[in-house]
Design a protein around this ligand. Structure first.
Ligand SMILES: C[S@@+](CC[C@H](N)C(=O)[O-])C[C@H]1O[C@@H](n2cnc3c(N)ncnc32)[C@H](O)[C@@H]1O
Length: 128
């Protein structure tokens, strides 16, 4: 079962429409700062979302991820970054925080060029 969530109703509507043919996909309107919509997760994917959160909110979301991802499960974190994103939280902070947490073991970390001055950070962590 794949569960996707977003707090924006329009994003949820479009994703539901695009995934309508897939019975195993459910799309839920939810704010990840208030907890995850599912409590037992094999793979948690955060794609271009954590940079919208404050450092405190990121710490809280990662603690929720540690609670929900089963031991031996995975987290995939992907985030674009550009120096002009001044009001957002850089992906380095997420990676740094995960390095300080015994619940996570880094499997892979790549920072690759994206368009122009933008980079893409991709990190995979295993739940210990
Ligand atoms: C740049 S888009 C990325 C969309 C998609 N995850 C992707 O990788 O293509 C950021 C999305 O994060 C959602 N978002 C921002 N804060 C959120 C939160 N606290 N909980 C859930 N979704 C959030 C926004 O509504 C927006 O749709």
């Amino acid at each position: 079962m794949l569960t996707a969530c977003d707090l924006a109703p329009e994003a949820v509507r479009r994703t539901r429409k695009r995934c309508a043919a897939f019975n195993s996909v459910s799309v839920i309107e939810a704010d990840i700062r208030k907890g995850f919509p599912v409590s037992r997760v094999n793979l948690a994917v955060f794609s271009d979302v954590l940079y919208y959160l404050s450092r405190q909110e990121i710490a809280s979301v990662l603690a929720e991820a540690a609670r929900c991802v089963v031991p031996g499960g995975w987290m995939l974190f992907a985030n674009e970054w550009n120096a002009s994103y001044k009001s957002l939280t850089p992906p380095d902070y997420v990676v740094h925080l995960l390095h300080t947490r015994p619940e996570w073991r880094q499997v892979r970390l790549e920072v690759v060029p994206s368009a122009g001055p933008t980079t893409l950070t991709i990190a995979v962590f295993e739940r210990t």
